[in-house]
Ligand binder design. Sequence first.
Ligand SMILES: [Ca+2]
Ligand SMILES: [Ca+2]
Length: 559
Amino acid sequence: MADLMWWQKAVFYQIYPRSFADGNGDGIGDIPGIVNSLDYVQDLGIDALWLSPHYPSPQFDVGYDVADYTGVDPEYGALEDFKRFLDGAHQRGIRVILDLVLNHTSDRHPWFVESRSSRDNPKRDWYVWHAGKNGTHPNNWYSTFGGPAWERDSRTAEYYYHYFFKEQPDLNWRNAGMKKAMWQAVRYWLDLGVDGYRLDAIGTIFEDPGLPDHSVPETLIELGLAAYHAGSEAERKALAEEYKVLFKYQHDLPEVHDLMRELRALVDEYDEPLRVLVGETDEIAFYGNGHDELHMNFNFPLMRTERLSPAWIRANQKERLLALPPGAWPCNTLGNHDSPRVRSRYGDGNASHDGALARLSLALMLTLWGTPFLYNGEEIGMTDILFDDVGIFRDNLGVWFYNAAVNELKVLPAEAVRLAAKFGRDKCRTPMQWANAPNAGFSPEGARTWLPVNPNYAQGVNVAEQRDDPGLCGRRTPMGGAQARRLCPHAVVVRPRMDAYSKASKALFEVFDFDAAAEGSGIPALLRRLGELGIGFKDLDTRQSSLEEIFVSLVSERG
Ligand SMILES: [Ca+2]
Ligand SMILES: [Ca+2]
């Protein structure tokens, strides 16, 4: 295993800076807060951090609308704070990757301010501008965040393209000057010592320059609502296919792979240590030949279920691992700042099961073959919270959904809020719960946090009370898991050899099996090791039950 790269052995932990730790007590997470929390991160056994955008931003898309690629948002601190954070992490042996948003900027970015100022501005072509057609939009494309993908700019009477909000104009990656400027920004952080990037929304970087209309009769909101009400995997799959057709000319154009090869070559100029690129995409094609595009792409298909059954996990692993090109390395996750909390999503509503299932899910992440990414707060079993007042929403996607549901689909407001809270992303972005204290210990008493804290901090869902408690979603889960993972980074799967066990047990063993050739020991060794590290379930007696039996009983209960 000596030949594995650092990022292949690492457990990654995503920090959403606005919600992780508030250093100056103004209700907003910041970099000094993260600096103060580095010992906690180290104690968890985390090897690498992915920091969601820390750049200056009007926060219309909560950080994913960047107004300066080489700055730090004043709400989060200054460059000196960032350097202290990077040094502090490195001193603890923790690497840091940043978020890189290549598809679009904020409409407040100076590049766009210049670009929109006149049709002959030198930066006009840095964005995607087109004349209207028949007095309206250049074509029928949607923005994935609702409404047309085109916004008419009265100053120059042309339309600019935006795949996301109109406050996020798409960059034109066919323009060499823009590309050069962006590569300079990429080098800026690498030169500072940053260890790589997580690449946002890379599938949307290029769009068809011929602007052909899509052919889907349903509106985007109709598809969204149908997906929400879909009763079966088959239905969900069919809708996902239709969604693909809707965005066919705006997604995954072949040119993007030339660009990724170019970026990889740039990043490969840096060594000591080697830097890493992780793509927010599940398309295997972004691995290139296994060595010339991105180092890792998320295994998002694993998440796309309501139930993490052994059969689902096994099928996913078989399909995914077989599809990888030689030399490519898998990358697994069950949650991030855009998706439901693991405990809420994969639980079954029974409090004791939900806790156990959340821990099992973490154990799964830490034992599957590949590099795991955990989202901050998962280690203490944080849950979604659904706000019942649109006035509280900070995610404009939820606000859009609410307005569309009320105005276009005539849904009653109370029901629309409920749907919008589920559809939006505030639910999983609430402040980190550090203690059973006012504002969950995130901000001082009396401060108004940018999103309300989830009140379940008072029911044990907080760091302080789980510090020494292996309880329902005890902090010892990821700590032990991370240690276990370092013991066996080849942990994996899919070797039927368990005749002696029940069917459910067999399936689970296959899931939690690991590469005996790599470790020189049998299957249950990892499970035993997890047991030794105290990773059991409080509601089942781990001294009387083997961990294997616990896994089996969990699955049996789940049917
Ligand atoms: Ca703050
Ligand atoms: Ca684009």
